[in-house]
Design a protein around this ligand. Structure first.
Ligand code: CU
Length: 123
């Protein structure tokens, strides 16, 4: 008799626990789905617009007549770029004393395959 009562209490506890366990995923699922669709919309909006990113690297070439600078840049996690050497377009006025061999910090605007250095300074 005593054991049966105890079993009922334990059973009730298990039912309560499993009820909680079943309820738990539902509220967490909704915000996750909302966040995912927001992120997708944000990603779509961003792909049409220029993305700004900051990076550091070393200047390997400058061509002021072409308006380009080649940077051996470190990884840029904001835009999921690995470290690489690449050429950016740049307005000569932005360079302001930056020369080949300098270690630099820079801001870049990336739109599709076009990348422009918008600010740069030697470190
Ligand atoms: Cu790059």
């Amino acid at each position: 008799m005593k054991n049966a009562a105890l079993r009922n209490v334990m059973l009730a506890a298990v039912v309560t626990l499993s009820a909680c366990g079943q309820e738990a995923p539902a509220p967490t699922e909704e915000p996750t789905m909302a966040a995912t669709s927001e992120a997708a919309m944000g990603g779509m909006a961003m792909s049409a617009e220029a993305k700004m990113a900051q990076g550091t690297g070393v200047v390997t070439a400058i061509d002021t007549s072409a308006g380009t600078i080649t940077l051996d840049h470190e990884a840029m996690p904001e835009i999921e770029w690995p470290a690489m050497t690449m050429t950016f377009s740049v307005k000569p006025a932005v360079l302001d004393g930056v020369k080949v061999g300098d270690k630099v910090a820079f801001d870049a605007s990336i739109q599709g395959s076009a990348a422009e250095v918008t600010a740069i300074s030697s470190q």
